[in-house]
Design a protein around this ligand. Structure first.
Ligand code: HEM
Length: 519
């Protein structure tokens, strides 16, 4: 027994010594970089475990924004809105909501930051080595493979959007009953994206109970939790997560096998016609590796589906709160394309108020509310003007929130006749205001800017135009006070968006004035 005590004490002593050496080495490295630390919210594994527990709790209770904002109460004005958590002696999480920091990590100091090995490891079961999870040459190769799919000529082919928005419009009740339009938007964007990627849609608008869609939603929910608790994510059981990934693969892989079975001439033929073009057939011309194809398809599905659905949902939610803004948008739509004509790409680009509605929606509800980058080498992010920079050691994780940053009132002009309170939905502000650099970055910026930005804006514009051509009033039926933001990979309205859509009625001269819906 005494021997056991001696051995335990010796081991503990050795561990403490090792720990202190690590702490000192890390501290020296921070100084050597030439910058300073941000204020610390946690200094050791115990206090950081407590911090991550509180973060996970806030995320599960949908209070992550409040939690994230509260962390900056301890920020030091000399360093901008930035704080840090020392997880282990040589592992830190740096949190920021400062435009200068976001600019540094996304563009001016792009080469020093990336997704990093821990993000890759955490996300690999879901997204493999795709555009989202890799850095350097692997990322560059993915981007070169994917970017040509989003050139203007391809995006301006609106047939796919027409197919699925008209299916969505058909699903909206005309009899005064309410519908959760968010559910329809999620189903529509899944149908658009699977159609665009694979050439076959899951047709979830017709079949709401879809195993693939359910698995896809659940994997994202678990993935966000794993990311939030990062260093402690090993404690989360993975069986449900793996089961859902298997469901996703069972859906996607047969399409890939089929594409790979086609000879190159056939792939070229399919890809050269707008009618038969699919993302899968196009990238299958450049890689025959089924794993690469699977990973890129699932990554673009993740990128393209929920982001646009959530943004459309928030847009309609806000428009239903302001009937005058809804009417203004509708007038713009009807003046430009009437009540039935399908809009062209140029029509959509010319609708200024429509663009302001989407800009304002993405300002208040950026679809990707939280994001992170890992330091790939020792580097810095800027301090306040004339102050020392903040040292970032290789392996440190910098977490930034566009949601929190884009809602900081002090980064906006004072409230005036022309500029509404930044907490309020006001597309009108965009008529006279341009955001200061790096404040408004819903699509990110720099070399990793969203590759689907134009596709997304076209899809969302098309959908809103078609809905507003048909319906002249929207009535919100949810509980305004109960609405909340769900902080997952993509932030969506927690209560859905329950609305009654009122179809425009014309009074036909001579028919006794009975209302008749427009065709
Ligand atoms: C409202 C709609 C959208 C928003 C707000 C949005 C936002 C973003 C953001 C913030 C990123 C950076 C993610 C990161 O740092 O890891 C990103 C990347 C990306 N987005 Fe989008 N996105 C939208 C729609 C789309 C659509 C429709 C597609 C494709 C169909 C798409 C494809 C991509 C891809 C492939 C990337 C990875 C780029 C890279 O890492 O090089 N996005 N998007």
């Amino acid at each position: 027994m005494p021997n056991l005590l001696v051995v335990s004490t010796a081991l503990l002593g050795l561990y403490v010594l090792y720990y202190l050496v690590q702490v000192t080495r890390h501290e020296l490295r921070i100084r050597k970089i030439g910058g300073v630390r941000a204020p610390r919210l946690a200094t050791n594994p115990l206090t950081s475990a407590l911090w991550f527990t509180n973060a996970a709790r806030a995320q599960m209770r949908h209070r992550l924004l409040e939690f994230f904002d509260s962390c900056f109460a301890q920020a030091n004005p000399a360093m901008g809105e930035c704080v840090e958590i020392q997880v282990k002696p040589n592992e830190r999480y740096i949190l920021t909501r400062d435009p200068e920091h976001v600019k540094a990590i996304l563009t001016t100091n792009f080469g020093s930051f990336g997704k990093g090995p821990s993000f890759n490891e955490l996300w690999r079961p879901f997204l493999g080595d795709s555009i989202f999870t890799t850095d350097g040459q692997l990322w560059h190769d993915s981007r070169s493979l994917i970017r040509p799919m989003f050139i203007k000529d391809r995006v301006s082919d609106l047939a796919i959007f027409e197919r699925w928005t008209s299916a969505l419009v058909d699903k909206i009740p005309r009899d005064g009953t309410y519908v959760d339009i968010m559910d329809l938007f999620y189903r529509m964007t899944l149908d658009v994206t699977t159609d665009f990627l694979l050439g076959t849609s899951v047709n979830s608008l017709a079949n709401p109970r879809n195993h693939f869609a359910e698995a896809f939603n659940d994997v994202q929910r678990i993935q966000m939790l794993l990311t939030t608790i990062g260093p402690f994510s090993d404690i989360v059981p993975r069986s449900t997560y793996r089961r859902h990934i298997a469901t996703i693969d069972r859906f996607v892989v047969p399409f890939i096998d089929q594409a790979l079975s086609l000879p190159m001439e056939e792939l070229e033929k399919l890809t050269s016609s707008d009618r038969t073009f699919t993302f899968l057939h196009s990238i299958a011309r450049y890689t025959r590796d089924p794993r690469v194809l699977r990973d890129q398809i699932v990554a673009v599905l993740l990128a393209g589906r929920d982001t646009t659905a959530a943004t459309l949902s928030w847009a309609l939610y806000e428009l239903s709160r302001y009937p005058d803004k809804f009417q203004r948008l509708r007038s713009e739509v009807v003046d430009a394309v009437g009540r039935t004509r399908t809009p062209t790409y140029e029509d959509l680009k010319n609708m200024k108020y429509l663009r302001h509605v989407l800009d304002e929606t993405l300002r208040l509800y950026p679809a990707v509310p939280y994001n992170l980058r890992s330091a790939l080498r020792d580097t810095t992010i800027p301090g306040a003007l004339g102050q020392l920079p903040i040292s970032v050691v290789e392996g440190d994780i910098v977490v930034y929130s566009t949601l929190s940053m884009q809602r900081r009132p002090e980064l906006y002009p004072p409230v005036s006749d022309k500029f509404a309170d930044p907490a309020v939905f006001s597309p009108e502000r965009w008529e006279t205001w341009t955001p200061r650099a790096w404040l408004y970055v819903p699509f990110n910026g720099g070399p990793r800017i969203c590759v689907g930005q134009n596709f997304a804006l076209t899809e969302m514009s098309y959908c809103l135009v078609r809905v507003l051509q048909k319906f002249d009033r929207v009535e919100y039926c949810g509980d305004w006070d109960a609405q909340y933001h769900v902080p997952e990979v993509v932030g969506r309205p927690g209560q859905g968006v329950k609305v009654v859509m009122h179809e425009e009625c014309e009074r036909i001269a001579g028919d006794g004035g009975s209302p008749r819906p427009f065709a």
